[in-house]
Ligand binder design. Structure first.
Ligand code: ATP
Ligand code: MG
Length: 571
């Protein structure tokens, strides 16, 4: 009597614990709960402990979906806490009025977007929607050395994929003439000057907090001439600096550069312009003039906020309500174009869509869906606290999203042959999802099967296993291949259920991406492969679709050359 009671209690708490922790219950935690629950019945820990291990192992071999289903029927009250939908909406914006909020996402078209950009774009976009406002896509393409034509469209494609849609779109490079006019105004007001010092001198001046002679000599008429010379002829050189505060504690205010000469050909304006605004100038002016009310910037710009406000107030332009959030960093992943580019240049990854990269294209290939990225971003919120996030958080929302939506199949990693004596020939229809909404596949069986090596190795003569969805097999011979005997159709409780294929299988390679950085350095061991057999029904799945291989994980199917290949998303 008491053993059954212990088993039931253990099962309930193991399921609850597993559901809370990504499908894997912790034996200690479960033991604690069971002991506490059965104390009143006078059942002692000595009776309880031996039962727990087996129950936990069994529960841990189930999919989260099955765990939830079982707990729902066994003890639905234990699901309560987990089931409650969390509210991931963003906190209200300060000084925001319905219908009047304007946000913008300002990527530099110098690469494909990554999950950090997704954070920025989703927050900008969601706030505009929350307030029935407007969302602008602005290409900050004021460095012709970096901007590339291909990336304008690529970034738009990436945003469409994410589900982020914008109301208007423009390029900062469309507005250069206006920027020049504003620069002239600053010179005329003696709030900016042309500096002809070498970069070493400029650096030393900033370091020592000392203004150079250019500032004193060249405000006013002479500076205006120099500025016009610079605009007319790139050879003239020099940089255009704000008359800031050289003695300021905030080094960003020590006469920052607002314009400089860059002679590279621009993808949109060609060689029409060679004087380009810096981010300090272009960012502030564009936010103001395009009507943005709440521009978001990452925290690393904090010191530059003073420059932003100074420029706008000197130009008498509207000052938006600048907002800040932390830059997203993920352990073992480069969430920055600056870190991704060298990996591509050195040939350490196959390209921007390498499955180990957190680019939207890389994530898409490894089966991370846009809905999960959005959930993840909103879940993180936009606190200013810099933190390094673990990628398992992305996987966990992705898993929750996919679990009820993708078809399930059997994949047998490291297959070992199992021959079944007296095997009845069967035609079985197996459901593609336990909820029964996705149809089924038909499998014809003979006497030859393949099962995972990991399971095969555990088998001893006399053990009974169940080929999941088919029948029981009693092991009669072990070794490199197994032999078994048909042992009935009846479900025997607690029998180990194993995924299998017939000899009508498809060989499949699954690429398993790992962390590309280990202790900040490139990890050469970041890509693994899993070889195995998959049931033939997989051929009915279109390339690009994600499936769940039971007990293996979620895998996206992809065509590489002429082969079907799987990319592992996560358990
Ligand atoms: P990268 O190093 O990837 O080039 P970046 O900030 O220079 O980063 P931009 O294209 O200039 O890239 O960025 C466009 C927007 O995306 C900016 O508003 C920036 O703040 C935001 N952004 C970029 N990377 C991240 C990140 N890791 N986390 C949050 N926001 C980011
Ligand atoms: Mg940038």
């Amino acid at each position: 009597m008491s053993i059954q009671k212990i088993q039931t209690e253990a099962r309930k708490f193991a399921l609850q614990n597993a559901i809370l922790f990504n499908g894997k219950a912790n034996e200690k935690a479960v033991t604690g709960k069971v002991i506490a629950a059965l104390k009143k019945d006078g059942i002692t820990p000595t009776e309880i402990i031996p039962v727990i291990t087996k129950v936990v192992t069994q529960v841990n071999s189930m999919s989260i979906h099955d765990q939830i289903m079982e707990l729902t029927s066994l003890a639905p009250e234990l699901l309560q806490r987990e089931k409650k939908e969390r509210d991931f909406s963003l906190p209200p914006l300060p000084f925001a009025e319905k219908g009047k909020v304007i946000t913008r996402f300002p990527p530099e078209p110098n690469g494909y977007l990554h999950i950090g950009h997704a954070k920025a774009a989703i927050i900008d976009y969601e706030y505009a929607r929350m307030y029935d406002g407007k969302f602008i896509l602005r290409f900050d393409d004021t460095n012709p050395e970096n901007a590339h034509l291909d990336f304008y469209d690529a970034q738009k494609e990436d945003l469409h994929w994410l589900g982020v849609e914008w109301d208007t779109e423009y390029h900062t490079s469309d507005h250069l003439e206006m920027h020049y006019k504003l620069a002239e105004q600053l010179i005329k007001q003696r709030d900016a000057y042309l500096c002809k010092c070498t970069s070493e001198m400029i650096r030393a001046g900033r370091f020592n907090g000392k203004a150079c002679d250019c500032r004193e000599d060249r405000t006013g008429e002479e500076a205006l001439d120099l500025w016009n010379d610079m605009l007319a002829n790139p050879e003239v050189g020099g940089i255009f600096r704000l008359h800031g505060e050289m003695e300021s504690d905030n080094t960003a205010m020590r006469d920052p550069t607002l314009f400089r000469v860059i002679e590279a050909k621009h993808p949109l304006t060609g060689d029409k312009y060679h004087v380009w605004p810096t981010y300090d100038f272009a960012g502030a002016v564009e936010d103001s003039i395009s009507g943005v009310t709440h521009p978001f910037r990452t925290k690393e710009y904090e010191l530059r906020d003073a420059v932003y406000f100074r420029i706008l107030s000197l130009l008498n332009l509207r000052i938006p309500h600048l907002m800040e959030f932390s830059r997203l960093s993920i352990e073992g992943m480069p969430v920055s174009k600056r870190k991704i580019k060298p990996l591509i240049e050195q040939g350490l990854v196959t390209g921007f869509d390498d499955v180990r990269l957190p680019t939207l294209r890389g994530l898409k290939r490894r089966g991370i869906v846009p809905e999960a990225i959005k959930q993840f971003v909103l879940q993180q919120g936009f606190s200013k606290v810099e933190s390094v996030v673990n990628f398992s958080l992305v996987e966990s929302v992705n898993r929750k999203y996919l679990d009820s939506k993708v078809k399930r199949y059997y994949f047998v990693p490291d297959p070992v042959q199992l021959s079944v004596e007296d095997a009845p020939k069967k035609t079985v229809k197996l459901s593609l999802h336990p909820d029964g909404t996705m149809g089924e596949r038909t499998i014809h069986t003979s006497s030859t099967f393949f099962i995972p090596k990991e399971d095969a190795q555990k088998m001893k003569i006399g053990d009974i296993l169940r080929l999941k969805g088919l029948y029981n097999v009693k092991i009669v011979k072990t070794g490199d291949t197994l032999t078994g005997a048909f042992a009935g159709d009846e479900l025997i409780p607690e029998t180990f259920k194993i995924q299998w294929t017939t000899n009508d299988y498809i060989p499949l390679k699954i690429i398993v991406p790992g962390f590309i950085f280990k202790d900040e350095a490139y990890n050469p061991d970041s890509l693994h492969e899993l070889q195995g057999y998959v049931e033939k029904a997989i051929l009915g799945i279109p390339f690009g679709e994600i499936v769940q291989f039971e007990r293996v994980g979620f895998v996206r199917l992809e065509k590489q050359k002429n082969d079907l290949v799987g990319i592992f998303a996560h358990k």
